[in-house]
Design a protein around this ligand. Structure first.
Ligand SMILES: Cc1cc2nc3c(=O)[nH]c(=O)nc-3n(C[C@H](O)[C@H](O)[C@H](O)COP(=O)(O)O)c2cc1C
Length: 425
């Protein structure tokens, strides 16, 4: 499998400019600064790279939505990485921060942006310190600041630490937080490319997306597009966690069979256990089953199968866990993280948690499963952002796919509660 971002990622000192440059680092920037800005956008468009943060929108297309000309425009790198199961950006920033900085400088040159921010989640203290050091080193080397490498392009890059809220990964919540407000999603449109940070046109991209830009410039967009599948080009960093023998971050070619990832790379579940369900794109993706393991791991195939690639976080659940337990873990997270701005999300996540607690307490009937499922459909598509959907999608899929097991669990819990009542009477 080709390694582009993770090529010799563990080399000591790769977080410093001398080692990064010895490996060819900042050569893409030098080539890019000799190209007209529009030609760089064209290369990114030709690469057809889709955003690596969750929504999978083509980066080249998004960058071309920004108005041309001199005005206060911004680039914001989304390093919030709060989706449960996702930890790939952490490794990239920690081990190879200059790939991100180089990607940011190239992208700002291509779009005429002179101010950029890396918004990093509050818990990533080590990675934020490493980024601060790397930014200072880049500035001292003339790669940031005024007239970068004599090109006439200037860029101020600031690393901004969040306070640890999932909603601040949603791009407009992130922008509010960056402006010093409480992180709440905004009504869209207008999208950030038209009206974003401080009401200026803003390009928001994920760490992995921006870190890939130097590779695209070095290879050429058309060459990059030959990797992966037609609709999902390139390689993807995936974070694999849960019940596998070798969890961790891996770089795969998009389109690799999911079985090859879960069993081949990650060793599958422990001996004697089998895959009960798996989340292909973080805890917000609808679950898939063992029978789906032969699906190609790419944006379109997973969407066709009723789920999504999301941030590329695969969470494997083996048959030692109950569907109810999995559902409860997911719901607790989203109920805690709902920002409370939209009623369907604020009320829906909390009511879903209460309904699950009712099941556990033996107070539910199988009919409650219909109510649980219908509550999810009242959330999906009814809020300013998809945080509520991020709970409703996996919950809806678990109720649908494990209905019999959940109905048995309801009966068993009722019997337990009844016997307890008789015993104490
Ligand atoms: C609730 C919520 C949380 C999100 N968290 C992240 C995140 O932590 N990192 C990220 O890159 N994108 C996250 N996203 C997606 C961003 O809104 C946005 O689509 C992304 O940063 C765009 O970058 P990309 O096009 O390079 O993927 C989140 C979206 C939602 C709705």
């Amino acid at each position: 499998m080709p390694h582009l971002l993770f090529d010799r990622i563990d080399e000591p000192g790769l977080n410093t400019i001398p080692v990064y440059e010895r490996r060819g680092g900042y050569s893409a920037l030098r080539s890019a600064l000799a190209m007209p800005p529009e030609a760089i956008i064209e290369e990114i468009k030709q690469s057809a790279i889709r955003g690596r943060g969750g929504a999978g929108f083509q980066m080249g297309q998004k960058a071309s939505f920004l108005p041309k000309g001199e005005m206060a425009k911004y680039l914001v790198c989304n390093a919030d990485e709060s989706e449960p199961g996702t930890f790939k950006d952490r490794e990239l920033m920690q081990k190879c921060p200059h790939a991100l900085i180089e990607g940011i400088i190239i992208t700002t040159y291509a779009t005429g942006i002179h101010r950029a921010f890396i918004y990093i989640r509050g818990e990533y203290q080590l990675q934020a310190d490493i980024l601060d050091q790397a930014v200072a080193e880049a500035r001292a080397a003339g790669l940031l600041g005024e007239n970068i490498l004599g090109s006439g392009h200037s860029l101020e890059l600031v690393v901004h630490r969040g306070a640890g809220a999932y909603i601040c990964g949603e791009e407009t919540g992130l922008l509010d937080s960056l402006e010093g407000k409480r992180g709440n999603p905004r009504l869209k449109p207008p999208f950030p490319a038209i009206e974003g940070l401080y009401a200026g046109p803003t390009l928001v991209n994920n760490v992995e997306t921006l870190s890939t830009v130097p590779t695209i410039i070095n290879m050429g967009g058309a060459e990059y597009a030959k990797i992966g599948t037609q609709g999902s080009t390139g390689t993807k960093l995936i974070s694999v966690s849960g019940d596998v023998q070798r969890p961790g971050n891996y770089e795969i070619e998009l389109g690799t069979p999911s079985r090859e990832i879960i069993y081949g790379l990650c060793g599958g579940p422990r001996d004697g256990r089998s895959v009960k369900m798996w989340f292909p794109g973080g805890s917000s993706s609808p679950v898939l089953l063992e029978s789906d393991l032969d699906l190609a791991y790419d944006f379109d195939t997973l969407a066709k199968a009723g789920s999504m690639l999301g941030s590329g976080a695969i969470i494997v659940v083996d048959d030692s866990h109950s569907a109810l337990e999995v559902m409860q873990k997911v719901v607790k997270f989203y109920a805690h993280e709902s920002c409370g701005k939209c009623v369907p999300c604020r009320e829906g996540t909390n009511w879903t948690l209460k309904m699950i607690e009712r099941i556990e307490a033996g107070e539910a009937t199988p009919m409650d499963l219909d109510i649980l499922a219908s509550a999810q459909s009242q959330i999906i598509g009814h809020c300013l952002c998809v945080l509520g959907d991020a709970m409703a999608m996996p919950v809806g899929s678990i109720v649908e796919k494990f209905r019999d097991e959940l109905a048995e669990e309801i009966e068993a819990a009722r019997e337990r509660a009844n016997s307890l009542t008789y015993a104490t009477a």
